[in-house]
Design a protein. Sequence first.
Length: 261
Amino acid sequence: MTNPVSVLTVPAFQDNYLWLIHDGKHAVAVDPGDAAPILAALNDHGLVLTAILLTHHHADHIGGVPQLLQHYEVPVFGPENDAIAAVTDPLAEGDHLKVPGLDLELRVLDVPGHTRGHIAYVRDGAEPWVFCGDTLFAGGCGRLFEGTPEQMTSSLGKLAALPAETKVFCAHEYTLSNLRFALTVEPGNEFLQQRWHDESSKRERGMPTVPSTIGLERATNPFLRSWEPAIGELLAAEGRVAPNASPLAVFAALRQWKNNF
């Protein structure tokens, strides 16, 4: 009988979260930007690394890969369109990955916007997960370093369409900063007000605010709510969009506003 899989949170740098998916024996590292905390967590929990999963090419997500490969000769899965030299098994939307060493299958979504080739890994079933890198954050979304607003809204739409109970494993502890912005955009949102209280309490106790859920993001994340009339009206009143602007125009204005918030 195979052991159930769970996810271990591995903090790194100032605000990154690295992830270890494991069954008590074997583990897969997701976006290991730094090898040291991953190696320490593997040692502390008696785990053996069997694979590495990457979502995109930024250094804080791939920087630890070379050192991990010095300790473990494992496959490296990652986006086929993000030019990561270490990737041995390139992936794109529609691919299904049987995770080495674990009783776990993940499917791949193309979610460009933050980078051109960014992908996400989805676990379907009774306990759904998504590892979405820097595309969707708790209360926010990634900056458009390489992609367009059209690409990012399409990517976020794919993630928002996942079941409401899907746990969102994003890669940064940006939640309170994101929620401050969200409350500026949608001050009358009662779900958002409650979320601010809940997440602030977690941070005061030194707890992570991630994972969130897709349902929580739909209810409180302004970047998944650009079609809401109240948001468009507020941006129009601020002179950031024309009256009756499209959801795409509202999204682009929101992202630009957040860049300088």
